[in-house]
Design a binder for this molecule. Sequence first.
Ligand code: IFM
Length: 464
Amino acid sequence: MTSTPTFPAGFRWGVSTSAYQVEGAAGTDGRGPSVWDTFAHQTGRIVDDSTGDVACDHYHRYAEDVALMAGLGVSAYRFSVAWPRIQPPGSGPASPRGLDFYDRLTDALLTRGIDPVATLYHWDLPQPLEDTGGWLNRDTAHRFAEYADLVAARLGDRVRLWITLNEPFVHMSFGYGLGTHAPGRQLLFDAVPVAHHQLLGHGLAVAALRARTTSPVALTNNYSPVRVLGDTDADRAAGAAYDALHNRLFTDPVLGLGYPPDLEPGPEVVRDGDLTTIATPIDVLGVNYYNPTGVHAPEEGSPLPFAQADLDGYPRTAFDWPVVPDGLRELLVGLRDRYGDALPPIEITESGCAYDDEPDADGRVHDPERIAYLDGHLRAVRAAIDEGVDVRGYFVWSLLDNWEWAEGFTKRFGLVHVDVDTQARTPKSSYAWYRDLIARSREGGPRAPGLDGGPRAFGFGGGG
Ligand code: IFM
């Protein structure tokens, strides 16, 4: 492997986590239940019957985890705020004890020169809001904006980048469409109002944040380039349908283009002015990428306008996802080509892989596959930058081996191994690799012509 290419001065190196996946402390300091607490405690929902009750105990061990980040030399930490800590009933005044945790975390990060990057919603809806319809209920969008205001009132002076929602497509499709994630509904395309209400909540939250902070505001989407398998018109139509659902539904309206054809939720859901609210300008687009999707025409009688199929010929992660680094370059260039000047600067807010990493006899954890994965994906980012895409940073998913939703503790995504029983943290060899990469980047070295510096549209501390 030759050395990973260098990146523009100021390129942001980070790591990501989310609240329910790492915090634990499920009943501590007044936190209420979220849809994920309810779902994980139902028999048969999670492959190893685990829950996020304790997860990585980040709530109590955040100082140790921030020290691990400082050891890496990252310039930013993307965490999420647990709505049920801030408003256990889903509405009303903020719980000071809930806010205090994020206050402590934020200050610990800033003390170490690490920019706090806060996601407001990473799927942990307060259960009382689900009981009144969850994201099928328009009111949830307004509750979300109130919650955003409460968090920004406390942290608006210190969070350096705000992200409203994480992967609303995944939340809608797995949580409300297929039922494999919380809240476990199986509505298929009847889940589309969930898209509109999340987007409306996003737009209202952007406005709420702007009133409290001058820090940049983003939305994070999961994207998956579509590989059409087959060469019939029906295969191509299926590819376009999947692309619209996965890649465009949560981006076109935000960037002012309205809904993709066939996915407009309908006048009983979309009210006058909603599209304007949804298109409230953002400063950054957060991009999460894991793999492309193979698509072909569905069988006759299928309830879906597409069928998915494995992409053969690639190495696979422990999740059985194909490893296709160039898909990230393709995605970034494709976003630029699709949206042109409407596309804000991009941060890669998640990129990573699960492997079955366990300590060897000496207690060390070697994960060469993860190093190869990250190296390949960073090369893809560099190639996209070389093709003129404005990418400002890269966050590895994840800092820790966290609780992976329906997969429980069976999928390890961390740069740091976590022993579920003892909570011992052991940096893997990928941790040392990422640390050295960041250090080399900080030292300088050859830069690509034309990519050095230049004023940023927004100000972050730290930087590479
Ligand atoms: O763990 C998840 C994360 O919560 C959202 N993006 C994908 C990751 C890996 O599945």
